[in-house]
Design a binder for this molecule. Structure first.
Ligand code: PDD
Length: 296
């Protein structure tokens, strides 16, 4: 078994302030009922939006996805109403000149525990800005574990019920690896918290949108960049048997950005090894850097 030494992200800390149900509160005084359906049942959804140098990136797309998820689980709430509060969270937290992200969580609210959706309850809304390292991704490479995708069949909903994702990620983490890349019925779907792309015969492959992946906002940015750069993209899942023909692999996500993959480990066997970032990945990283840092 190969275990890589990894540079871990800086230790995470709590934010100084959160926005909970209409009020700005010190996290020490922010409370939610034990009968909140998010706490009892994982009945809620979330969203993470990046801010580069204090400016939102793909804000509309993140709010649209939040609205889609709310609609899919029938929580009546207008996602756009949070736009101003997101910007306020960034300025109130002192991140107007620095990189950060805004976390939003909306649960169905507080009610006696039932398996059906109770009517006429108020959603619980939590929002806060947090500091995140968004620079230097182009100098890093990730080592992945590959394992079975044990998630449900609605991965397009950004559910707060993340047990299968965190269990998979923790498995990779405990081996000193960076991410767990998931396979369903022999096909690569995505990472535990990232989208995945493969370069094969100079064409990029990524799993098509649908119930088995989250429709990643960064994924869409990559697809647009590929079109602009005339890199051919095929939205088709790659089978595990094709991995020997893969030239480059990279992960994408709001905090992951574009992360080159160095190695992949399946059942204790290394099935992919590429000690340096490939040419296409590098070109996409450069284009992504221009895009995210250009408006400042
Ligand atoms: N995760 N797939 C999964 C399962 C994810 O959880 C994420 C993001 C992505 C990438 O999506 P996007 O490009 O929109 O960030 C794909 C977030 C950041 C999280 O859980 O914190």
């Amino acid at each position: 078994m190969i275990i890589t030494n990894l540079k871990r992200q800086p230790k995470k800390t709590f934010p100084k302030e959160v926005f909970l149900n209409g009020e700005w509160i010190n996290p020490e005084n922010a409370f939610v009922s034990v009968f909140d359906r998010g706490f009892l049942l994982g009945d809620g959804i979330y969203e993470v939006t990046p801010f580069y140098d204090g400016k939102p990136f793909k804000l509309k797309e993140h709010l649209d996805r939040l609205q889609y998820c709310l609609n899919e689980i029938q929580i009546e709430f207008n996602a756009v109403s949070l736009q101003e509060i997101m910007l306020k969270a960034v300025s109130r937290s002192g991140f107007l000149q620095s990189d950060c992200a805004v976390y939003i969580q909306i649960t169905r609210g507080v009610a006696p525990r039932t398996h059906f959706f109770p009517e006429q309850i108020q959603p619980t809304v939590l929002l806060y800005a947090f500091s995140v390292v968004l620079n230097g991704f182009e100098n890093k490479q990730a080592s992945l574990l590959v394992s079975e995708d044990l998630r449900w069949h609605r991965c397009d909903i950004k559910s707060i019920s993340l047990l299968a994702n965190i269990k998979a990620n923790n498995q990779a983490h405990s081996l000193g690896l960076d991410e767990n890349l998931l396979i369903r019925d022999g096909f690569f779907t995505e990472g535990s918290h990232s989208s995945v792309f493969f370069l094969k015969n100079q064409r990029i492959f990524t799993h098509p949108e649908g119930p088995h992946i989250l429709s990643g906002i960064t994924r869409k940015v990559i697809l647009d960049l590929c079109r602009e750069m005339e890199i051919q993209v095929i939205e088709k899942a790659l089978h595990i048997d094709e991995v020997t023909k893969v030239e480059e692999v990279f992960l994408t996500g709001t905090t992951t950005q574009i992360l080159s993959v160095k190695s992949m480990l399946l059942n204790d066997k290394e099935i992919f090894n590429r000690p340096e970032t490939g040419e296409i990945t590098r070109q996409l990283q450069e284009a992504f850097l221009k895009l995210t840092r250009s408006s400042s």
